[in-house]
Unconditional design. Sequence first.
Lengths: 245, 483
Amino acid sequence: MIKALIARLKQGYRTMDFPSAGLKLPPRGLGLPRVKAAGLEKAAAACPYGAISAGENPGLDLGRCIFCGACAKAAPEAVEFTREYKLCASGRKDLVITGGDFKRAETLGADLRRMFGRSFKLRQVSAGGCAGCEADCNVLQTIGWDLGRFGVQFAASPRHADGLLITGPVTKNMELALRKTYAAVPSPKIVIACGACAIAGGPYAGHEECVGIPPEIPVDLYIPGCPPSPLTILDGILRLIGRID
Amino acid sequence: MKAEHLSSFNFPESDLDAPLFFETAASRLGSGGRALAYFAVPEGEAHRLVMAVGFDRDGRIEVYSTLISGPFKALTPSFPQLHLFEREIFEQAGLKPEGHPWLKPLRFNTPGAVPGVADYFTVHGSQVHEVAVGPVHAGVIEPGHFRFQCHGERVFHLEIMLGYQHRGVEKKFIGGPDGRSLHYAETLAGDTTIGHGWAYCGAVEALCGVNVPPRAQFLRGIMLELERLANHTGDLGALAGDVAFQPTASFCGRLRGDFLNMSALICGSRFGRNMLKPGGVNFDLDPALIQELRARLELTLRDVQNAVSMLWETGSVIDRFEDTGVISKQVAEGLGLVGPAARASGVGLDTRRNFSSGPYEGFTLSVSGSGDVYSRAYVRWLEIQKSAELIAGWLDTLPAGPVEAECGDLKPDSAAVSLVEGWRGQICHFALTGRDGKFRHYKVVDPSFHNWQGLALALRNGEISDFPLCNKSFNLSYCGRDL
């Protein structure tokens, strides 16, 4: 017991401030991209996932992007990645970056906010993918991030949850389990698509083994990234429930 | 770290007659050989069975092949380490291994297959009950289905049915390399991005005949050991959590993140994404970054030492770790276990030593154990110390020079085997090119592919309440196995 207490003193207080001024992805990290129409064709050609469209409606779809940086390497004049981690959006179309301002995730309406704003329990469903998103959700539960201080927790059962956080491209083999888990969550319920796979298939986009989140499971929050930084996930969830601006 | 180019290996010419193939395989597996990969490549109407066997003691790889067009002789009854390989061949190619005792679906990806629906092993008796768990689990983890045949708390048998993570990656390598290939490798198992990424790069480099510059090899080594540090530290924390020892669980959760952040400092990604490329690496270290990494490594290791040492000094932890989930050396060798799980049972296999090359020349680390949870935990702690020592040494002696070499075209009609010691154990990638110099077949063997059956056997005659602890002590990948 004494040893544990001494260790506690040695390890110190390690929970980070969030959000804090100047918080950014690491210097070599790839965050919110800036897109210019000039030279975008070259960037589009370099993207293996069709995330970039040049021509009439130029833009970069954060939902399809796996942040490999191939576009910025091929056409640095057209795409530049910043270190901004605030990437979440409420609408699928909001994820398309054009030249204008990025429309960040919206907070839930007053009714839902009253319900979930101070206590928000999520059931995580892992449905394909590489388990990178799961790792970065798990890290939020460590003392470094302490997700619980915001009233947000992962629940063991869908019956105890206010919503689902879905990761992975939803394989055929997980589709039924996902549907059943969604059905088991009491209404009203929130759905979060976490990571490029859950949003648009990620690296596995177009695979016949993957079906994506079915349309009957409407998504309230999109968290882009492959995998998203824990900063991005936390920012999105807290924006959604109105804990931060 | 070991990439063997089999240019001299002309498959059609070196094919063995089927009886000789099975006889050779059996004799090699019976005399110190271990199956690295065993798969079927379509050849017109027929199939070519290819087996790669590693001889750990002398760091040698042999490959045998034969053409077959129907059922073949199962070797599983004599060599259980092949059980999943033969099931895979049956599922992927439709060739029946005759005499296989356990012929069930692996990934449920054939027409009509329903995930999780198969003939389960059952135990009957008035007091016997069955516990079914998954595919959706209580924690934030990957999906899988577990069935326990129990008598009270005692587990007679655990059957693990996976396949839920099957997203069809392996076959998508075919026709590459293309813009996606490296990303596929990096996401075979997200927590083993560097391990699988390096194995892929190794295969491509062997097929191109390119030599990776020494500086790039050392940078890869740093990333691979950081990956090991992060995961081993996280595992020790998770093991502490499963025996309700909160201090180590809390500290290690944070410390794992500190190692991931060191990876992010090098390449921008906590998991090492975008670091590797065939021919070298994308990011270099300057003196300031080396200084920063050295300082962080020292501080983090000091805290890990502090957090982990409590495990060995706490009676309630030791009581739960010792003699729980025992895998004997004989069972570990029989199943072909790899990685810390194998070493904890006394199997002396570490790709870094047995198949060393590049920065790992001269690598030594002697670890062993009695095959219980304690051993699997303690082996991780020994490996943490070794990895930190390796990184610190490499940061001091990083060779000068370029960090990438130009990869040309892949040699046509060729093959390569690439081995890397990922943090879970040995990773094997086997690539075959066609006449056009593109991949015509690509085989991935994640360490979890070998080790899942080890977990099942660790539970035999144990208590069902020990399952989470045993599970964490293996901490296997679902996506790496399901592909």
